[in-house]
Write a protein that binds this ligand. Structure first.
Ligand SMILES: NC(=O)c1ccc[n+]([C@@H]2O[C@H](COP(=O)([O-])OP(=O)(O)OC[C@H]3O[C@@H](n4cnc5c(N)ncnc54)[C@H](O)[C@@H]3O)[C@@H](O)[C@H]2O)c1
Length: 298
C-alpha cells in the first residue's frame, strides 16, 4: 500500500476511494519550501495547481512512483524529467471542462450587461440605469481560440444561446462548427473572443492580436496567465478598441496589475474556473481511481 501526500486537498469521495483501497494519506499541506525535504517519505504526491513539483523535488524523492494532478494543465510539474526517472504522471483533463466553459460564459454575460461595474456602483448608492445599456449574446459571433475540451464545451453552450461560433486551433479539429486555422481572418469577425489554449511560451493575445479584433469587441481569458499580454490588453481597453475583458487567470496570481483589475470594463475572478462542487467531485473521484488502478497493477 502506498504512502500518498495529498498536498492541495481532494474531494471527500476521492479520499474515501484511496483509503478504501488501503492507501495511507497525508492530508496536511507541506509548504513549497519544505517539499524537497518531505517528498522522500512518499510513494506518490497528489496536487492541483498550487503545489509545484519540479526537478529538484523529484531528484530528492527516491521512493516517488507517481505524481497525480487533479485538473488539466501540467505546467506545475516537470513532466519530462519525472518520466525520465520512471515516475508516472497522471491528470484528469476532462473533469472540469464544463465548469470552466460555464465561467467563460458567465464573464460574457457579465460584460454584455455591465454587471461588474453595476455591482460596484450600486453598492456605493448609485443608480446608473441609463449608463448600462447592454447587448444580447444571441446573434453575436464568438471566436473560440483553442478548440479542445473546454473550447468545444463553450461552443455548444453558446450555440444553444443563438450565437454564431467559430472554432480556431493550430491542429485539425473534426467538428460540425465553423472551424478555421487562420486566426487573422477570424479575429475581425468576432464580437467575443474566448481563449482556451494551453500555457504558451509567449502571449497569443498581444497588441497585434488586439489590433485585428473587431472594434468594441470583448476578450475572455479563462485559460492560463501569460496567454494574454496584460499591458497590451489595458491599452486596448483604454483606447476603446476593446469594449471589455473577462479574466480568470493572470501573469502573477494574485495579480499585481491594479489598473487592469480595477478597470470598470473588466470582469475578474480569482482563478476559479474549476472551482465548482461538480468539477471538484469529478476531479477527486477520477484522480483517486487512477491512483488505485496504478498501484493495483504494480
Ligand atoms: N481557469 C481555470 O481554472 C482552468 C481550469 C482548467 C483548465 N484551464 C485551462 O484551460 C485551457 C484549455 O484546457 P482544455 O482542457 O480545453 O485543453 P485541450 O488540450 O483540450 O485544448 C487546448 C487546445 O488548444 C490548442 N492550441 C494549442 N496551442 C494553440 C495556439 N497557439 N493557438 C490555438 N490553439 C492552440 C490545442 O491544439 C488544443 O486543441 C488550458 O490552458 C488549461 O490549463 C483553466
Amino acid at each position: 500500500m502506498a504512502k500518498i501526500l495529498v498536498n492541495d486537498g481532494i474531494s471527500a469521495e476521492g479520499q474515501e476511494i484511496l483509503e478504501a483501497a488501503g492507501h495511507q494519506l497525508e492530508m496536511n499541506k507541506v509548504e513549497q519550501d519544505k517539499l524537497k525535504d518531505e517528498l522522500k517519505n512518499y510513494d506518490a504526491i497528489l496536487v492541483r495547481s498550487a503545489t509545484k513539483v519540479r526537478q529538484e523535488h523529484i531528484e530528492a524523492a527516491p521512493n516517488l512512483k507517481l505524481i497525480g494532478r487533479g485538473g488539466v494543465g501540467l505546467d506545475n510539474i516537470d513532466v519530462a524529467f519525472a518520466k525520465s526517472k520512471g515516475i508516472a504522471v497522471m491528470n484528469t483533463p476532462a473533469a472540469s471542462s464544463d465548469s470552466v466553459a460555464e465561467l467563460a460564459l458567465a464573464h460574457m454575460f457579465a460584460l454584455a450587461r455591465w454587471l461588474p461595474d453595476a455591482n460596484v456602483t450600486m453598492r456605493k448608492g448609485e443608480w446608473n440605469k441609463k449608463q448600462y445599456k447592454g447587448i444580447e449574446l444571441a446573434g453575436k459571433t464568438l471566436l473560440v481560440a483553442g478548440f479542445g475540451r473546454i473550447g468545444q464545451s463553450l461552443a455548444r453552450k453558446c450555440a444553444a444561446l443563438g450565437m454564431n461560433v467559430i472554432g480556431y486551433d493550430v491542429i485539425d479539429v473534426q467538428t460540425d462548427f465553423e472551424f478555421t486555422k487562420d486566426l487573422e481572418s477570424a479575429l475581425p469577425k468576432a464580437d467575443f473572443v474566448s481563449l482556451h489554449v494551453p500555457k504558451l511560451d509567449k502571449p497569443l493575445a498581444d497588441g497585434v492580436f488586439f489590433g485585428k479584433m473587431k472594434d468594441g469587441s470583448f476578450l475572455i481569458n479563462c485559460s492560463r496567465g501569460g496567454v494574454v499580454d496584460e499591458a497590451a490588453l489595458l491599452e486596448a481597453l483604454d483606447s476603446g478598441k476593446l469594449a471589455g475583458a473577462g479574466l480568470d487567470v493572470y501573469d502573477a496570481e494574485p495579480p499585481q496589475n491594479a489598473a487592469l483589475i480595477d478597470h470598470p470594463r473588466v470582469s475578474v475572478t480569482p482563478h476559479i474556473g474549476a472551482q465548482t462542487s461538480e468539477a471538484q467531485d469529478r476531479v477527486g473521484r477520477e484522480l483517486a481511481q487512477l491512483v488505485v488502478d496504478f498501484f493495483a497493477d504494480r
